[in-house]
Write a protein that binds this ligand. Structure first.
Ligand SMILES: *Cc1c(COP(=O)(O)O)cnc(C)c1O
Length: 370
């Protein structure tokens, strides 16, 4: 849905006249958790058919008024992104690969018949929000400012078709260290009754509906005593796809001879930016890497014989989470001895130190904002 008449998109800056007082902000930053506390500002950009993107604003964070016939509430044209701003050792602030998030938002938009925001507008919006809310970027190790870009239909009406009006927004939320008491492996339930994505479906799009459809499977995993659900392919319930809202990695062998393997992007998997970055970082560290299909049988047998040594999940929110135990209809087993593996931790440290600016950014992934 390109708009040939698109005028240049310029932002109207309306900083808050009443930002939160220093002491109050510090109190909220003390233990932010995840997604509970929001900053002083937000970005909004409107799109309407014929006019394209317009009315770009940075303004005080505030509720929206929603008409009961808002099309998103009924037909779910809603997509989102997730990225973080990291405090650097010199006090500056950088985000990680924001153009990759911008491109993925465009890909999600195409799948849901929504308009595509220009990459440079996405990145400018991220910059403006982080600049306005710089005081909200935590200074503590492993903390960050989580940015949530999202977009949804704003047209009012019940006719089923792509809406002719949308709102793109970014809000920001300080995020605490994911593992405050040391890295703790998760247990996973292999979901055979529910699937996340099917060929031709929306699995590769970061859309709200994928999450809505996942919640009952996550509840089933919890009922089985597991922390997370692992998704299998829709046709055979045999091939590993993802864990909850994170991609998965499998380490075969040990030491310098280890091979770091991740399920190939089948069209049903969400193409994670962390997943993509780790393929490069693992190669930088000297490991062989591979994207291919991995079956539940290979997982079980690999752990039984010891050829499969480590499993971990990855994504922006938690970076890298080790998988320690598996439960399924076909039986339960441990990954290794159930504790975080050395290559998992090596990759985790490499990724976190790169994002925090403690190791050289040889791939130019950090985008300095201020
Ligand atoms: C966002 C997401 C991921 C991880 O993507 P990153 O870009 O690494 O944060 C993985 N799987 C699903 C289903 C997701 O929604």
């Amino acid at each position: 849905m390109s708009t040939p008449t698109q005028a240049p998109i310029t932002f109207d800056l309306k900083p808050s006249a009443t930002p939160l007082a220093d002491a109050e902000r510090q109190a909220r930053l003390a233990n932010p958790g995840f997604g509970r506390v929001f900053t002083d500002h937000m970005v909004t950009i409107r799109w309407t058919e014929g006019r394209g993107w317009h009315d770009a604003q940075l303004k005080p964070y505030a509720p929206l008024e929603i008409d009961p016939a808002n099309m998103t509430l009924h037909y779910g044209q809603a997509i989102f992104e997730g990225l973080k701003a990291y405090r650097q050792p010199d006090g500056s602030v950088s985000t990680f690969r924001p153009t990759a998030n911008a491109e993925r938002l465009r890909a999600s938009a195409r799948r849901l018949a929504m308009p595509e925001l220009p990459v440079e507008t996405f990145v400018e919006a991220v910059e403006l929000l982080v600049q306005a809310d710089e005081a909200w970027v935590p200074n503590e190790p492993e903390q960050s400012l989580y940015l949530r870009p999202f977009m949804f239909a704003t047209e009012i009406g019940l006719g089923v078709r792509p809406a002719n009006e949308y709102l793109f927004m970014i809000i920001a939320s300080p995020a605490g260290a994911y593992f405050s008491g040391g890295v703790k492996p998760v247990s996973v339930w292999l979901s055979e009754d529910y699937v996340r994505a099917a060929p031709g479906g929306t699995g590769a799009a970061k859309c709200a509906g994928n999450y809505a459809a996942s919640l009952v499977a996550q509840a089933e995993a919890a009922a089985k005593g597991c922390d997370q659900v692992v998704w299998l392919d829709a046709a055979e319930h045999r091939w590993i796809e993802e864990m909850g809202g994170m991609n998965l990695y499998f380490v075969f062998g040990e030491g310098a001879d280890a091979k770091v393997v991740t399920p190939e992007l089948s069209g049903a998997l969400l193409p994670g930016i962390t997943r993509d970055s780790l393929l490069t970082l693992a190669a930088d560290l000297g490991y062989a890497t591979e994207e291919r299909k991995i079956s539940t049988d290979e997982w079980r047998e690999g752990n039984a014989t010891g050829t499969l040594t480590e499993v971990f999940a990855c994504g922006t929110a938690a970076a890298i989470t080790p998988v320690g135990a598996v439960k399924s209809k076909g039986g339960d087993w441990l990954v290794g001895d159930g504790t975080p593996g050395p290559i998992t931790m090596e990759l985790r440290n490499r990724l976190l130190s790169l994002q925090a600016g403690r190791t050289p950014d040889t791939h130019n992934w950090l985008h300095k904002i201020l």
